[in-house]
Design a protein around this ligand. Structure first.
Ligand SMILES: [Zn+2]
Length: 293
């Protein structure tokens, strides 16, 4: 038995060393697996270490991100013009010039017509440009005084419609679409003019969109004028389409108005809606019962 003892001890030692080797190998493998896992986690979220973990940052992360942030559309800046100046004065039924208004100075602009002297040079340049492009414009109507407007409104429109059978109210409503009420016509300001291709041309909306009318629409702004009563703006201006009626507003305003397809009322409202609002009549004071005046 004793001769076998050293062999047994050797076998036991060999077995123990084999177990230790296997254990070491397993530990090494485990270590490798852990290392690879750590590396993978790092690779998948490489920025985690850099992330701000402060409460403020965490709360910012919790805040829901708005889904559709609208991209602001750049709007061309409105021209820096004085909308309360004489060039941009709104003249209509609710904003009349009044019976006594007369322009300070008038200048002949051809065909027996006159305009406010401050705008006549620009208009004459516009007419010269039209002639250069082959037209022979006829200045149909410029400045008109109150009395003339009265005749045009009543004798040439209201009375004619009434003779055709309309009531006075109907005749006035029809007349106001075609011609401004006395005292409320731009023609009394001297700032506007009616231009036709030739004397006697029909003043009907259909003449717009071609010939001289189209040319005026394309070029009037270069000289500070606008088509005052554009097509499809009757609901705002209260006047039917008049491709022949040019109103001076100054070059900057004119270019903006024509480029954006506006009428004067829409342009003024961009600055101050109060400029185009219908004035509210001052209330009639109610008599206090029993009060002694
Ligand atoms: Zn006119």
């Amino acid at each position: 038995m004793s001769t076998q003892a050293p062999n047994t001890a050797r076998r036991t030692r060999r077995r123990r060393s084999a177990v230790a080797t296997r254990l070491a190998g397993m530990l090494l493998a485990l270590g490798l697996v852990v290392a690879v896992l750590v590396l993978l986690v790092r690779l998948i979220s490489p920025d985690d270490a850099d992330k701000d973990q402060s409460p403020a940052a965490l709360s910012a992360m919790m805040t829901p991100v708005p889904t559709a942030v609208p991209t602001p559309v750049p709007t061309p800046a409105l021209p820096a013009v004085d909308v309360t100046g004489w060039e941009l004065r709104l003249i209509d039924f609710d904003h009349p010039l009044g019976e006594d208004f007369v322009p300070e100075s008038l200048t002949d602009v051809g065909d027996g017509q006159q305009m406010d002297s401050r705008v006549a040079p620009a208009f004459l340049q516009l007419m010269q440009a039209a002639r250069t492009d082959g037209f022979e414009p006829y200045v149909c109507s410029g400045y008109r005084d109150y009395a003339t407007q009265h005749v045009i409104y009543f004798d040439n429109h209201v009375n004619v419609y009434m003779a055709q059978g309309m009531s006075e109210e109907e005749a006035n409503a029809r007349a106001r679409l075609a011609v401004n009420y006395p005292g409320a016509s731009e023609h009394q300001s001297g700032l506007c003019v009616d231009v036709l291709e030739y004397a006697g041309q029909d003043m009907e909306p259909y003449i717009g969109g071609s010939g001289l009318m189209l040319w005026l629409e394309q070029h009037c702004a270069e000289y500070g004028f606008v088509i005052r009563y554009p097509n499809n703006k009757t609901n705002i201006t209260g006047v039917e389409y008049e491709p022949w009626h040019l109103r001076y507003v100054g070059e900057e305003a004119a270019r903006y108005i024509m480029d954006h397809g506006l009428c004067l009322e829409e342009f003024l409202a961009l600055y101050d809606p109060g400029l185009t609002a219908t004035p509210v009549p001052s209330p009639v004071p109610t008599p206090i019962p029993g009060a002694v005046g």
